[in-house]
Design a protein around this ligand. Structure first.
Ligand SMILES: CC/C=C\C/C=C\C/C=C\C/C=C/C(=O)SCCNC(=O)CCNC(=O)[C@H](O)C(C)(C)COP(=O)(O)OP(=O)(O)OC[C@H]1O[C@@H](n2cnc3c(N)ncnc32)[C@H](O)[C@@H]1OP(=O)(O)O
Length: 285
């Protein structure tokens, strides 16, 4: 019998393969669902933190655990998507950064660093089915993947300067891994949110389709490109492209954390964030 061991079902829990329907849950929490298609071996990770999948400590931890689960279950690829019809992810949860408690702020940023390193450096092929808006941290998740497909009439981009904050180096590096330098610099300095059509034009997304199902199918098609490629050779090649960015953060994690804490707790950043949040709340009424 072909057995899969699921880390989050406990080390001793064995799940018999072929006794399940084609799509099988590997692990799920209140905030994430990780399912694998037994026929293709491709896993789909659905973010499920209504209303907008804002990335708090718990969601980030679950995302990282899910990526690791997909890897340890030897999935052939991983697709990120959202359970919302209109938001892929609203980025970092402002409630983690506005009037924060220092210990929680540290854990939050450390979890974000770890999640990014796990996703950006994953050995398996990764793709994002962007079925809604993807500002800031939402865009970071998408650009950390190897392929992006997006639904029409949404927006994506690193809008940090609009909030009065600065995107860290590794956010910029993920952008630069996808966009030409000139486009990235202009977009970052303006805090530009690209429409789906604009994002496709500059290469921020690779394809545009009309439904989430089509988006997942496109991601599967992308991951299918590696069917005949040696996974070890593929993973090492990907690593060589990304290792400098990963090492830069790995070697400066503490410094990055301290810079984040100093920037976020600065009274002028707090004031800018407070005003932005106020505006967001007014808009949503
Ligand atoms: C080394 C480092 C050194 C220095 C660096 C320093 C700082 C840099 C740190 C971090 C970088 C930051 C990264 C980020 O990701 S910041 C987050 C940026 N996100 C946004 O700007 C998105 C804001 N949201 C929206 O634009 C819209 O909500 C959205 C288009 C996503 C969806 O619109 P929709 O109309 O569908 O929903 P809303 O009615 O607007 O929202 C519903 C509800 O959700 C709340 N909300 C929205 N976004 C967030 C969020 N990111 N965090 C928390 N809460 C959020 C919104 O206020 C509404 O709440 P309520 O009014 O209570 O219903």
């Amino acid at each position: 019998m072909n057995i899969i061991r699921s880390a989050r079902f406990g080390a001793s829990t064995l799940i018999p393969k072929n006794c399940w329907s084609v799509v099988r849950s590997i692990s799920s929490t209140e905030l994430t669902k990780l399912e694998v298609n037994d026929k293709t071996g491709i896993a789909v990770l659905t973010l499920n933190r209504p209303p907008v999948n804002s990335l708090n400590l718990e969601l980030l931890t679950d995302i990282r655990n899910s990526i690791k689960d997909a890897e340890s279950n030897k999935c052939r690829g991983l697709i990120l998507t959202s359970s919302s019809n209109s938001v892929f992810s609203a980025g970092l949860d402002f409630l983690e950064m506005y009037q924060p408690k220092e210990e929680r702020l540290k854990s939050f940023w450390t979890a974000l660093q770890s999640t990014w390193m796990t996703l950006y450096g994953s050995k398996i092929p990764t793709a994002a089915a962007i079925n809604g808006h993807a500002p800031a941290g939402g865009c970071l998740l998408a650009t950390s993947c190897e392929y992006r497909v997006m639904l029409p009439k949404f927006t994506i981009g690193l809008n940090e300067t609009l909030i009065g904050i600065v995107a860290p180096n590794w956010f910029m590096n993920s952008y630069l891994n996808v966009l030409p330098r000139r486009v990235a610099e202009l977009a970052l300095t303006q805090g530009k949110m690209f429409t789906t059509a604009e994002a496709q034009q500059v290469g921020l997304v690779d394809d545009v389709v009309n439904t989430k199902e089509e988006a997942i199918a496109k991601c599967e098609e992308f991951i299918g490109l590696f069917k005949k490629i040696n996974p070890y050779a593929r993973a090492l090649t990907k690593q060589q492209f990304r290792i400098n960015h990963l090492q830069e953060l790995e070697q400066n994690r503490e410094q990055d954390l301290q810079a984040f804490i100093a920037a976020i707790t600065n009274p002028s950043t707090q004031a800018a964030m407070g005003a932005y949040l106020e505006n967001l709340k007014k808009r949503s009424k």
